[in-house]
Design a protein around this ligand. Structure first.
Ligand SMILES: [Zn+2]
Length: 226
């Protein structure tokens, strides 16, 4: 235990957070959220991998998942740069921790959405060079997607994220056997043309360039499987 006495009293010191400005720990429904920032994560990568500095536009994926540990739920928001190579360069944007999942998706995603929109509008500067991002899409499993997109869970009748077919329930699973139903697209999602698919208004619609159908994969991209 003696070694622990050298630890700073405040986790923010340990994590080397900026001391000015507002506190980076944000209390929210069911827990708290620690925001490191999209720009900060990208700057760290650019410094760590100088060859990235040849790029003017950084292709950014966002990955969100639930990690249950020690009776708590962690919901990290990760960024990932995927270049032409097989390699993906991950970085942490923010982490939620609580005794339950985040109670309010708008609150949970607020800082992320502000960061994305700010960089999409203005870029960011490092060593006299301006960088921008291309938002490639979101990566999340089905339960996380239903939370983020404010849509019915994958066991619901109108849950299919790619088409409007009404499923039927058999042997403890929901089936979508037809395959002939109208496909969903970003506009029909935005206009909630099939109200039964939705549970609310997702704050992700505040990101103008993000397609809530086209930029969400229902299978993990192959590069995530390695
Ligand atoms: Zn379908």
């Amino acid at each position: 235990l003696n070694e622990l006495k050298n630890l700073p009293l405040d986790s923010r010191t340990l994590l080397n957070c900026p001391k000015s400005g507002s506190a980076p720990i944000i209390r929210m429904e069911n827990g708290q959220y620690f925001h490191l920032g999209l720009r900060e994560g990208l700057i760290h990568l650019l410094q760590q991998y100088p060859y990235l500095q040849q790029l003017n536009v950084l292709p950014v994926w966002i990955a969100i998942d639930r990690i249950p540990i020690l009776g708590h739920e962690f919901w990290p928001i990760m960024g990932g740069l995927k270049l032409d190579t097989e390699q993906i360069l991950p970085f942490v944007i923010g982490v939620y921790c609580g005794n339950k999942k985040p109670g309010n998706v708008t609150e949970y995603l607020k800082q992320l959405i502000e960061d994305i929109n700010h960089i999409l509008d203005n870029g960011f500067e490092l060593d006299n060079q301006i960088y921008n991002i291309k938002l490639m899409g979101f990566i999340a499993d089905a339960p996380a997607r239903s939370f983020l997109k404010c849509i019915k869970g994958h066991m619901a009748y109108f849950a299919c994220e790619k088409c409007t077919e009404e499923g039927y329930y058999t042997e403890n699973r929901m089936c979508f056997p037809d395959g002939n139903a109208n496909l969903r697209d970003d506009i029909s999602f935005c206009e909630k043309l099939q109200p039964e698919h939705h549970t609310g208004d997702t704050p992700l619609l505040l990101i103008p360039s993000l397609g809530l159908v086209s930029n969400f994969s229902i299978r993990l991209p192959t590069f995530m499987l390695f």
